[in-house]
Design a protein around this ligand. Sequence first.
Ligand SMILES: *Cc1c(COP(=O)(O)O)cnc(C)c1O
Length: 494
Amino acid sequence: MKYISTRDNSPSPASLSAAEAIKRGLASDGGLFIPAEIPALTHGDMEKLLDMDYAERAAYILSLFLTDYDKAALAEDCAKAYAADRFPGGAAPLHPIADGIHSLELWHGPTCAFKDMALQIMPRLLSRALKMTGEEKTAYILVATSGDTGKAALEGYKDVDGVKMVVFYPDEGVSRMQKMQMTTQEGSNVYVAAVEGNFDDAQSGVKAIFSDAELAKKAEEAGFFFSSANSINWGRLVPQVVYYVSAYCDLLKNGTIRNGDEIVVCVPTGNFGNIFAAYIAREMGLPIGHMVCASNANNVLTDFIETGVYDKTREFHKTMSPSMDILISSNLERLLYKLCGADVTKDLMAALNKDGKYTVPAEIMEKLRAVFSGYYLTEEETADVIKSTFADHGYLVDPHTAVGLGCVHKYRAASGDNRPVVLASTASPYKFAADVCASLDIDTDGMEIEEILHTLAEKTDTEIPAPLLRTLTLPVRFTEVVKPCEMAAVPFRH
Ligand SMILES: *Cc1c(COP(=O)(O)O)cnc(C)c1O
């Protein structure tokens, strides 16, 4: 399996092994790596996957994409990454909410958000990639986070040999718990800095460092090279394909569907990574009939799917689902590449850089809309979903998952499509306890975060995840705040 850049429009695009693609993170032309072809998931594959546990399913799917990796090594890595000590509540259990809507709970890992699903395995994939490619320099991983990636990456990469990492988060753009999780991070090879600005500022800053040839040279002289842990890195995206396949297997096993029945997948979306992983699963042949792209008040994707115009030049809203407060959805580039090839993609990305917007030709949009619908929820609607889901079904959802669920309702009402839905539940409600409490009319005014967590647990008869309780006991290690223009200096100082 070879990997090519979404922006390489030469007659014979340069191709890399999976190990090289994972090591580099981003192509040197600024494009994202994508497999030259998508492996098929046959009927026979599904039969085999059915009786496997999550780690075995993961190793099986990963080996279809990472053909240069040793199969036994992948099995060993997956077994460790998805073990019960890391995911005490199961790696990706399905919880039926009501009316054929199934919550795919992706937040039972060490940092209580779905990012763990990829970031518990990705460091192992990178470590092997460094060995496989004979790399002797240190991989310096730069992460821009809207809140959850940062902590999950820190937790996955802490004290990993041959790797250093700095995480940049928007100073005022993350929840209190998210900030606390990052600033108290342990590990000798990691650093955390806040950035003045929003997530897009942080992400643009990181992308600028990646595409700066002079910085690359300076890094080489200092004995390291830059790499990424964001969903622009294929090593981050490919483990996310697994849980959609796994969810389908679980629905088959529990008799909800028969093999071949189509399901609908809904994903609360920011950078378009998680939903793109579902699209890859569909391309492999998983029977996903339709996909719902759910957004919050930052509804750039909803508008794009409706009009064909992607326009990031708009007001930025801070919402209670901060991990989706994103106006530049990087992974949309991979979808555009799949739909219209490198030539058009390159032009669209150049337009985005220059004008902050681009228009996708109508015939391409038709293809896109055959697969994707876009909906969004206001803050008020999000709070209503949290409240009614708990009142009607006794199920507590975080604000991101609530956005997804509300969009499922809107999609069903508009389309009449009542096929079973797999809803990606992306975070534990306890990461956003203050907003969840407010949505449930639980007063937390003046309370410290610890008290808020305990209040939520008491009022809803649910359990505080152990890793969050532990975070509360740790000292703050990182307090630096930098301007976007100062970001490039940080990896040379720490
Ligand atoms: C990162 C994140 C999202 C958005 O996922 P993308 O892959 O960026 O689209 C949604 N919800 C939560 C809780 C997240 O952490």
